[in-house]
Structures are given as C-alpha cells and as structure tokens.
Design a protein. Structure first.
Length: 185
C-alpha cells in the first residue's frame, strides 16, 4: 500500500469502528488488527473469512481472560453460541464491517464516499457495482451458494446508512440457518 492508500484504509477502519460502536481501546485494537490482517496480503488471515473469524474469537477470548467485564457487553455479537459456531462462516456484524470496508475501498473513501457514489451514479449503477463486489467476495470466501442473494441484499441495503451491515443481515435472512446473526454455509 502506498502512504495515501494506507491513510485512506486507516480512515475507513476508524469509521467502521465508530459504526460498530467500539469505545474500548483494547477491543478497538482487536478489531483494527483483524481488519488490517484481512486486507493485508502478508497476513495469515488475508481474504480468509473463516481464519479471520477464528482469529477474532481467539483475540476476544484472550481479552476476556484478562478483562471479563469489558467484554460482557460486546463479545456476544462477535462470538455467539460456541456450540454451533463450527457451522458459521462469520458473524453478520463482522461480515458487515468487512463488506463496508471493501465497498469503501472500491469507491475510494469511507461511508460518506459510498453515499456520495450512490448520489452521483444513482442507485441502479451503485447496486450493480456493489452486487458485483459482494458476489465476488462471497465466492472468494467460500460461500458461492450465498452469492446469488447479493443482488437482493444490496438493493435493500442501499436505503440504509450501514450498507455492509444491512447486506450481511439480508444474506443471513436467506442462508442455511436464517436470522441467527451469522452467515452460515
């Protein structure tokens, strides 16, 4: 990444942390490190959803051991029920964050740039680009059967400010285990 690209990426990551409502410094570092790892070619978790989700679970577990009270309010939306986690690709919250980041990088800015892109190109063109981006990501993440839901999910999500989060929720409504807070394969 060039210096400009790194600055843009950092601003997008910080924006996503605000959308997620993360206000704890240690928890913020977990998410920031995992997002950077997901988009860093030299990382073990580069473009690997399952490895990324496992790393988040591990990092949150490590934090939980040292700061249980900090995580009581926030860990459930990422880790979920451990009994059925093996069937889950990733939480909708984490999927939304990654989708928002990917879309922001595709249009060259943060959520503001996504909204600006929609205004300038129109919903139809934005839906086309976003659908293509989400479909390619789902296929790359090992969920080609869910890629068909991207078009409908994007169309619905264009009416919300957290587009990635809404896309993830729409995919969750149509996956193997509907509305469980995870994208299941």
């Amino acid at each position: 990444m060039t210096t400009e690209e790194k600055e843009l990426f950092d601003s997008i990551v910080n924006e996503q942390l605000q959308i997620m409502g993360v206000d704890d410094t240690e928890l913020e570092e977990v998410y920031k490190d995992n997002l950077e790892g997901f988009f860093d070619e030299n990382s073990e978790t580069y473009q690997d959803i399952q490895a990324s989700q496992a790393k988040i679970d591990e990092d949150l577990s490590d934090l939980e051991e040292t700061h249980l009270s900090v995580l009581d309010k926030t860990a459930n939306f990422i880790t979920g029920d451990k009994k059925v986690q093996a069937f889950r690709l990733m939480s909708t919250r984490w999927a939304g964050t990654i989708i928002n980041t990917a879309l922001s990088l595709a249009v060259g800015g943060g959520v503001g740039a996504i909204a600006s892109y929609i205004r300038s190109k129109g919903k139809k063109e934005a839906a086309r680009l976003f659908s293509r981006t989400v479909k390619s990501r789902l296929i790359a993440w090992g969920a080609p059967k869910l890629a068909y839901t991207a078009g409908v999910a994007v169309t619905v999500a264009l009416n919300y400010s957290d587009i990635g989060g809404m896309i993830a929720k729409q995919i969750d409504k149509r996956d193997k285990k509907k509305n469980n807070g995870y994208i299941d394969i």
